[in-house]
Design a protein around this ligand. Structure first.
Ligand code: RB5
Length: 183
């Protein structure tokens, strides 16, 4: 008996319990994303917002909202804490390279942020690593490529199984446990 999530283009999801016949829906809801960026990420953010609006995916824009210089960790923390508190299903962060803002987000326990500049890594990061934050670099990718990366990430589903075992190990590292079995 397996359980699967299906995400539709619109961000509507439903969780199906596969019992053979008939399969039945056990949960349904809407994907709500948080978006955060620094001043360098502002322009690319607008392209991502256009994509989310096209796909009718709900989101909250947590800033920043102007070209005035800001510090990216502030926005990484807002988005990351919103996710671990359960307000958001995931987040998209944008800075110049996506590096600083993803490092900052990953300091919040429970966050698995990935910085991607290609759709394949974005897909695998969800299928294998169940990433809950996608970071983009506005100095690295153009708007059209960034939209492909975001779509690839949104459409992918976590495959669980052996990958869940590894995520559990990552959580153990996060909580200070040693994974060293002496081998
Ligand atoms: C800001 O100048 C820049 O450092 C930031 O946008 C980002 O690239 C950091 O990783």
């Amino acid at each position: 008996m397996c359980t699967y999530y299906f995400f539709r283009r619109t961000g509507y999801f439903f969780k199906v319990k596969k019992t053979g016949s008939p399969n039945y829906i056990v949960e349904r809801g809407f994907l709500v994303l948080a978006i955060g960026n620094d001043h360098i990420g502002l322009e690319l953010k607008q392209a991502i917002i256009d994509l989310l609006c096209e796909r009718e995916i709900k989101f909250d824009d947590l800033g920043c909202h102007s070209n005035t210089r800001v510090d990216y960790p502030v926005f990484a923390q807002k988005v990351a804490e919103g996710i671990v508190e359960g307000t958001y299903s995931g987040g998209i962060l944008i800075c110049g390279t996506g590096v600083g803002i993803s490092i900052a987000a990953n300091k919040v326990p429970g966050i698995r942020a990935v910085v991607c500049s290609d759709p394949y890594s974005a897909l695998l990061s969800k299928q294998h690593n169940n990433t809950n934050v996608l970071a983009l670099g506005s100095r690295v990718v153009g708007a059209e490529l960034a939209k492909m990366i975001v779509s690839s990430w949104l459409d992918a589903e976590f495959e669980a199984g052996r990958h869940q075992t590894r995520l559990d190990m990552i959580s153990q590292i996060e909580s200070g446990q040693s994974l060293d079995t002496g081998k």
